[in-house]
Unconditional design. Structure first.
Ligand code: SF4
Length: 352
């Protein structure tokens, strides 16, 4: 079954063209864009200041029904995870997460259904890549999380493209969606509060540098040397650590933005003191923050979370070596909030 284009797939320019070909005026295009991306109203029936003819034309031309969303949360948690049903005949799901922490409200969104990178500790990589998400499917996640946040009286302040998938392998759709999330009449989220997390894909990285969009970059490092990294992130096209360090420097020079280096800590694998010392040597002189992420244990995998003392020691060695460090708090483990776990469970209940 061929998928219909979703109304959220349309860019502002495409909305303007559609309106013009259906006899509307430019201000009608602005109204539609505000309804869809500013207020999250995708069904033209709810666009009360729009004429009947344009509403009918939109309904006939596009899929205007919001995706079915299942929320997983527990009362004690400040993390809530959504499974959004994709409209393919296979009916796969995609994950998005709402994280409410102090003043900050973050939407973590996915760029692909599944992931081809296959990091050994990640549930998303376990089933490989199904397909790229469209711009509209990425924006649907943002709209769903924003609406959920609003139901808690909160406003989404930050976006991280850190869910399922490698964003730079779906460059056009991801960047187009982020432009709308950044647009003051769309999501209205400042560029500095939007983070793209990547394992380092040279072609996409090059394009990002050329286009110089001022988003924040997070490199998924996970190891202090290329040999161990190749075991944990077995994606042949991933950039080397030196190439990522060079890209982080270029990004800082071009955009004034410091990069973050994400480091999932696995007990007995990459979380020993010798790894911390090696990481200090590799990142010497780089301006940026190392974000330590103690692994969220998952019944489907044998990896273990390091002890709090081991995490503290690792962080201390990095700080003593001149690096800025943050340690991610344990969040959402009760609702399977590690990336891809919910989708994997939905596809294969025995696995997780
Ligand atoms: S951690 Fe990210 S890049 Fe690695 S397999 Fe999972 S989704 Fe893909």
């Amino acid at each position: 079954m061929e998928r219909r284009r979703r109304i959220t797939d349309l860019t502002r320019e495409e909305i303007a063209t559609f309106v013009a070909t259906h006899g509307g005026k430019p201000f009608h295009a602005a109204q539609i864009a505000r309804w869809v991306f500013g207020r999250g109203v995708t069904d033209p029936a709810g666009m009360t200041d729009l004429g009947r003819a344009l509403r009918d034309a939109l309904t006939q031309s596009f899929d205007v029904t919001p995706p079915a969303v299942t929320w997983n949360c527990d009362e004690a948690s400040t993390t809530e995870k959504a499974l959004l049903k994709l409209s393919d005949s296979g009916g796969d799901n995609v994950e998005a997460v709402l994280i409410m922490e102090g003043e900050r409200t973050t939407a973590c969104i996915s760029s692909q259904a599944g992931c081809p990178v296959a990091c050994v500790f990640c549930a998303s990589g376990a089933l490989g890549l199904k397909r790229n998400l469209t711009r509209g499917e990425i924006l649907d996640q943002f709209l769903a999380v924003r609406s959920r946040a609003e139901s808690h009286g909160r406003r989404v302040s930050n976006i991280v493209v850190m869910g399922m998938g490698e964003p730079l392998l779906n460059y056009e759709a991801v960047l187009s969606a982020l432009d709308t999330i950044h647009d003051p009449e769309g999501g209205g989220i400042g560029a500095r509060h939007i983070t793209i997390s990547t394992v380092g894909v040279a072609k996409g990285m090059q394009r990002l540098l050329e286009e110089g969009r001022p988003f924040t970059l997070a490199f998924s490092l996970h190891a202090p040397n290329d040999a161990l990294r190749a075991e944990l992130v077995p994606f042949k096209a991933a950039m080397s650590i030196d190439a990522m360090v060079a890209a982080a420097r270029a990004w800082l020079k071009d955009t004034g933005r410091e990069a973050t280096f994400e480091y999932v800590m696995l007990a007995g694998v990459n979380a020993e003191q010798e790894h911390a010392r090696e990481l200090v040597r590799r990142l010497k002189g780089v301006r940026g923050t190392v974000n330590l992420i103690p692994y969220n244990e998952n019944p489907g995998f044998t990896w273990r979370r390091p002890s709090p003392a081991a995490v503290d020691m690792f962080a201390e060695i990095l700080r003593a070596g001149g690096l800025k460090v943050s340690v991610r708090k344990r969040k959402g483990h009760r609702i399977l909030a590690a990336c891809g776990q919910l989708r994997l469970q939905a596809l294969n209940p025995g696995r997780v």
